[in-house]
Design a protein around this ligand. Structure first.
Ligand code: ADP
Ligand code: MG
Length: 622
């Protein structure tokens, strides 16, 4: 669908200026739309995809504009030198600002962006060598191979070539290894880090990327206007850019052009019409904008683009272009060496976690060997998930030690633990619901590739990308979800989403797999299939630590069990031993019936009832 649209857009854009009847103000207007589109495109990545709201992009436009304005007038340098200098300065400023402000969470980040937008505005206005509030005039036009872009109709082509290139590069970026990490920034905390994504770094990356696009826009602006002054780089414009992104639609690169086009056209019309109706020259269009913003947020939360896209595909579309076929064959990714069977993999030594006065994990100790499945069971609130979070580095232990193949984990951040070969799933599913299943799983293989932003922008990494997607497909096939590769993850049943999480963890090529209630929400057959997969992984030498409430599942699958209650280790041993342990029986059954077999009690009769693994009876388990 987008190909056809792209072709139409390119043809219309290309012929407009050469058609004899096209009025000059159309061209000027389109130039402004193009300039704004560049800035808004950056915002789509930063705010729409990455979830980082910035009101301050206009300041970066200013940096790009002033850098080239000063260099070409004061130093007589070529605009192209000015472009490089502007981008370099922007990069530096954005990096420093980003490193400081991106640490701010919640409302503080937007407030921070307002603060630096205002500061830079006043800086432009007060620096002598930048002409203070009068700005800089007499800027030379851009020269391309001796061809001077002195008229609107000429620079028009340069502007739109940059817009289309930026759209192409941005799409490439989002559809890549770094792109998946960027799209995961919005996910709930900890998930992406557990697969080795350095979220802080990616936040800075998209911040700098958005700033560079804004700076490029500023460079074009300066040479189009041939003069700069502080006013177009003030906070008003920063807000307007954000508004364009919201109206256009923050989920697609097309939203940038659409939003810029809609807002600038509307603004232009309102500035013409309102003074006539209201008989005043005051800026009433701002009020109309405010009302419009509320309407958009109310009725088209995701902007106008998705509505248009749906309409377009019903009219012109031949259904989804993306079929169910597996991604193309690619060489398998290298695997890390596996410890030999029986080697000590995980050693948890008296770890403790206190939440205020609550001791969620009370000096728990256990060991796990290679090629072993260990179950961690216990009633709700026993501290099982917290133990998982301590091992995987999502939470810091109050005290105690965790060692993995002889290395201490408890001092490491989650992403380093992931890089050593610890993969996990979450009790509360943490997939990116609008991303396809295969992309979600490929995120798990993040650390198995080194593809960076630059090669992603240029799509120069297609062979590595194919390897990642192939690996994701293989893992999905393995867990039985091979037919859902291109389904949106959010459309799967919750039980299936848990299985996707297992595939994602497997894509990381782990040595140790931590599964938090993987069988919850699965039907009997699905549970059996899962047990087969886990058993096979064990035979391949994987170590698995499993939290699960389905006693039948646990007792049949695990080699070793640790029972927790109120944060404390209640018992430990083989499933057989644990089932006969009086303390366990007392905790689960209130000690009424000493000689009951735990598993039988827990599971009336799977085959007959059809609902395997009713949790244990007395309500302590849910
Ligand atoms: P389980 O997974 O065994 O059901 P959890 O590990 O989730 O249990 O929780 C253990 C205890 O710690 C519970 O009482 C829970 O309320 C508490 N808890 C878990 N996470 C937090 C947190 N982030 N802050 C405060 N209390 C928590
Ligand atoms: Mg839990």
């Amino acid at each position: 669908m987008n190909r056809l649209l792209l072709a139409v857009v390119i043809i219309v854009l290309a012929v407009l200026p050469v058609l004899p009847g096209t009025p000059t103000f159309w061209i000027t207007h389109l130039n402004y739309i193009g300039l704004a589109s560049l800035v808004v495109l950056g915002l789509i990545v930063l705010t729409g995809i990455g979830g980082l709201t910035s009101f301050g992009q206009a300041a970066f436009v200013g940096i790009g504009a002033y850098a080239t304005a000063w260099m070409s007038t004061a130093l007589g340098l070529s605009p192209w030198v000015g472009l490089l200098a502007g981008l370099a300065i922007t990069c530096l400023v954005a990096y420093v600002l980003g490193a400081i402000t991106l640490r701010l969470s919640g409302h503080y980040l937007p407030l921070g962006t307002i603060a630096w937008c205002l500061s830079l505005y006043y800086l432009f206005g007060n620096l002598n060598f930048l002409g203070q509030y009068d700005g800089i005039a007499g800027i030379v036009p851009i020269d391309v191979f001796g061809f001077s872009l002195s008229q609107g109709r000429r620079i028009y082509y340069l502007i739109w070539i940059f817009v289309l290139l930026a759209m192409w590069a941005t799409r490439n970026l989002l559809d890549s290894r770094p792109g998946r990490a960027i799209r995961a920034l919005r996910g709930s905390g900890g998930m992406a880090e557990s697969f080795g994504v350095n979220m802080a770094t990616y936040k800075v990356i998209i911040f700098v990327y958005a700033a560079l696009l804004a700076s490029l826009s500023g460079w074009l602006y300066a040479h189009m206007q041939r003069a700069v002054s502080p006013s177009p780089f003030g906070l008003n414009y920063g807000i307007e850019y954000l508004f364009m992104a919201v109206v256009g639609g923050t989920g697609s690169v097309w939203g940038a052009v659409l939003g810029s086009g809609l807002i600038l056209t509307l603004k232009d019309q309102l500035q013409n019409v309102l003074p006539k109706i209201l008989d005043t020259n005051a800026n009433f269009e701002l009020i109309v904008f405010g009302v419009l913003m509320i309407l958009v947020l109310q009725y088209a939360r995701h902007g106008v683009w998705p509505i248009l896209a749906t309409w377009w595909s019903t009219v012109f579309g031949r259904g989804q272009a993306r079929g169910g076929a597996a991604p193309r064959q690619a060489p398998a990714l290298p695997q890390r060496p596996r410890p030999e069977k029986g080697r000590l993999v995980l050693e948890v030594d008296a770890i403790r976690k206190e939440f205020g006065g609550l001791v969620a994990v009370n000096d728990i100790t256990f060991k796990l060997k290679a090629g072993e499945i260990m179950g961690l069971i216990g009633p709700n609130g026993a501290g099982k998930s917290t133990t998982f979070n301590l091992i995987s580095g999502v939470l810091k232990a109050t005290r105690g030690q965790v060692s993995f193949l002889g290395q201490r984990l408890d001092t490491m951040p989650a992403r380093e633990i992931a890089s050593l070969g610890v993969g996990r799933t979450f009790q509360h599913v943490q997939l990116l619901p609008t991303m396809t299943v295969i992309e979600n799983v490929a995120l798990g293989a993040h650390l198995r590739s080194k593809v960076g932003v630059l090669s992603a922008l240029l799509h120069a990494e297609r062979s590595q990308e194919a390897q990642l997607l192939h690996e994701a497909a293989v893992q999905l096939e393995r867990v039985g979800l091979g037919e859902y590769l291109y389904e949106q993850a959010g459309n799967l049943a919750l039980g299936q989403q848990r299985i996707v999480e297992i595939a994602r963890a497997l894509a990381a090529d782990p040595v140790l797999l931590l599964l938090d209630e993987p069988a919850a929400g699965l039907r009997y057959k699905e549970k059996q299939a899962l047990a087969t997969v886990l058993d096979q992984l064990r035979q391949e030498g994987m170590s698995i630590l499993l939290v699960e409430h389905d006693m039948d599942f646990v007792m049949n699958l695990t080699d070793h069990l640790v029972v927790m209650d109120f944060g404390t280790k209640l018992a430990e041993g083989t499933p057989d031993e644990v089932q006969r342990n009086p303390a366990v029986l007392a905790a689960y059954l209130g000690g009424i019936d000493d000689d009951l077999d735990l598993a039988e009690q827990a599971v009336p009769d799977a085959a007959h009832s059809g609902s395997v693994g009713q949790p244990l009876a007395n309500g302590r388990l849910a």
